[in-house]
Design a protein around this ligand. Structure first.
Ligand SMILES: NC(=O)C1=CN([C@@H]2O[C@H](COP(=O)(O)OP(=O)(O)OC[C@H]3O[C@@H](n4cnc5c(N)ncnc54)[C@H](OP(=O)(O)O)[C@@H]3O)[C@@H](O)[C@H]2O)C=CC1
Ligand SMILES: CC(=O)C(=O)O
Ligand SMILES: [Mg+2]
Length: 482
């Protein structure tokens, strides 16, 4: 609340403070505290941040956008609040997420704050507690679905393009998966859009896996991957890993998928379940007898990499970590779910139960852990490493579409920033303290890809793209008055 007040009162000072103390403040502006702020949003509400667009604005969304005081918008983060972190449907209290993500766009990626627009689309909520909460600030009705929902979203997407042009980036954030995959498929060929939970997460996790090869001493193609959770994050990551391996091995994506397995709420995804699976799960339905739970799947599949993306806190039990450690010298374990309460295990649990052998990263931060005289520093496998740099790269190249090769390029840039000093501490990501430099490299790789693919609208192509990215970054300094 104090930081929000500061952001309102003196934006430049807020960003100076955030940039200079990024590791300390990220857990407040972002996960886990942003999750708590969303849960308590109605009762801690002071002044509105961001733009709320509700079902009642149908037919007038363009006018609503025109009410926003800034004209030159480059990045919009939009949610409908139905899957906020691993906390479920928080209705329009989810506004904390677009606001928080865009603060990171400016602090971590150097996109000007005035060019950032947080949007929450209020189509109601199915959260009974909120509907009965006198401080709830949104529409008191069940969520609109079907045609009513898609018409509102379509009007929004059309109004965005009409008002801000072809180059405005729209980042879909924390939609429930039944809408997220459809929205991405519908708009990815006509608008500059990406889904952070599906694609940004995929890129950050791939970066961690690529970088971890230095610690496991085995190439990704030789690994076997098991996911707990087969939604946006799980299947998004799985697909990018398969794409990466297929390019490395000169093999088909179908072939590369065979070493990637996913468990959902009904157990291991196998061929006999195919008819009842949502489309995004179907590519992962491999031939295998049914397996009911995660521990059973670990024993049946023998994974080298275990990734948690189910939003189920403490699902990686002692037995799970021990099973991973019994067959792997260096089990690679990622507990991606946010906020901390939903993390599949803590860093302490991962290191203790694996007897200090796990390579561990998590979506929300954990303090370093001392185990038998050694200090283990885990890092955050969080899309916050990717989207600020990815967005900056799209902005500086004037890109008109997001292509999967840009996600690969972003992952490679991030993995390339991990130093020997990081590896020596057990880290598979670089420290957030150098995030602006990291973002400039990610932006440069993404922009380079945009130029290569003919998707860049800003010509001519700069000679030194890293320098171009660095010099385009917003910096919160006061002007000199004479
Ligand atoms: N670290 C990071 O950068 C990111 C982390 N996340 C985190 O990942 C989590 C999931 O997000 P997302 O993928 O978008 O969510 P989704 O709702 O799309 O997917 C959740 C998946 O978990 C499965 N699941 C739920 N309960 C269980 C259970 N008891 N056992 C096994 N599987 C279960 C669901 O199964 P079913 O399909 O059968 O319902 C579904 O496949 C969230 O906590 C989110 O915070 C997300 C994006 C980025
Ligand atoms: C990090 C993020 O995007 C999520 O947990 O949804
Ligand atoms: Mg998210």
């Amino acid at each position: 609340m104090a930081l929000t007040e500061l952001q309102e009162r003196n934006e430049r000072l807020f960003y100076k403070f955030l940039i200079d103390n990024v590791e300390e403040l990220l857990p407040i502006v972002y996960t886990p505290t942003v999750g708590e702020a969303c849960q308590k949003f109605g009762s801690i509400f002071r002044r509105p941040q961001g733009l709320f667009i509700s079902l009642k604005d149908k037919g007038k969304i363009l006018d609503v956008l025109k009410n926003w005081p800034e004209r030159n918008i480059q990045v919009i983060v939009v949610t409908d609040g139905e899957r906020i972190l691993g906390l479920g449907d928080l209705g329009c209290q989810g506004m904390g997420i677009p606001v928080g993500k865009l603060a990171l766009y400016s602090a971590l990626g150097g996109v000007r704050p005035s060019a950032c627009l947080p949007v929450t689309i209020d189509v109601g909520t199915n959260n009974e507690k909120l509907l009965n909460d006198e401080f709830y600030i949104g529409l008191r009705q069940k969520r609109a679905t079907g045609q009513e929902y898609s018409e509102l979203l379509h009007e929004f997407m059309s109004a965005v393009k009409q008002n801000y042009g072809e180059n405005v980036l729209v980042q879909f954030e924390d939609f429930a998966n039944h809408n997220a995959f459809k929205l991405l498929a519908k708009y990815r060929d006509s608008h500059l859009v990406f889904n952070d939970d599906i694609q940004g997460t995929a890129s950050v996790v791939l970066a961690g896996l690529v970088s971890a090869q230095k610690l496991t001493n085995s190439p990704l193609a030789e690994h076997t991957f098991l996911f707990l959770g087969a939604g946006e994050a799980g299947t998004g990551i799985a697909e990018l890993i398969a794409l990466y391996i297929s390019k490395q091995m000169n093999a088909s994506v179908e072939e590369s998928r065979k070493k990637i397995w996913l468990v959902d709420s009904k157990g291991l995804i196998v061929n006999s379940r195919k008819d009842s699976l949502q489309d995004f799960k179907k590519p992962w339905a491999h031939e295998h007898e049914p397996v009911k739970d995660l521990l059973g799947a670990i024993k049946a599949i023998n994974p080298t990499v275990l990734i948690g993306s189910a939003g189920i806190g403490r699902a990686f039990t002692k037995e799970v970590i021990e099973a991973m450690s019994s067959t792997n010298e260096r089990p690679l374990i990622m507990a991606l779910s946010n906020p901390t309460t939903q993390s599949e295990c803590t860093a302490e649990e991962a290191y203790t139960w694996s007897k200090g052998r796990a390579i561990f990263a998590s979506g929300s931060p954990f303090d370093p852990v001392e185990y038998e005289g050694n200090v283990f520093v885990s890092t955050q496998a969080n899309n916050a490493y990717i989207f600020p740099g990815l967005g900056l790269g799209l902005v500086i190249s004037g890109a008109i579409r997001v292509h999967d090769d840009m996600l690969l390029a972003a992952a490679e840039a991030l993995a390339g920033q991990v130093s020997k000093e990081n590896y020596d501490k057990g880290m598979i990501y670089p420290s957030f303290s150098s995030i602006r430099k990291i973002s400039a490299h990610i932006a440069a790789n993404v922009a380079t890809k945009a130029y290569e693919l003919g998707l860049a609208g800003r010509l001519p192509r700069p000679k030194d793209i890293v320098k171009c990215a660095e010099s385009s970054m917003y910096s919160p300094t006061y002007r000199l008055y004479r």
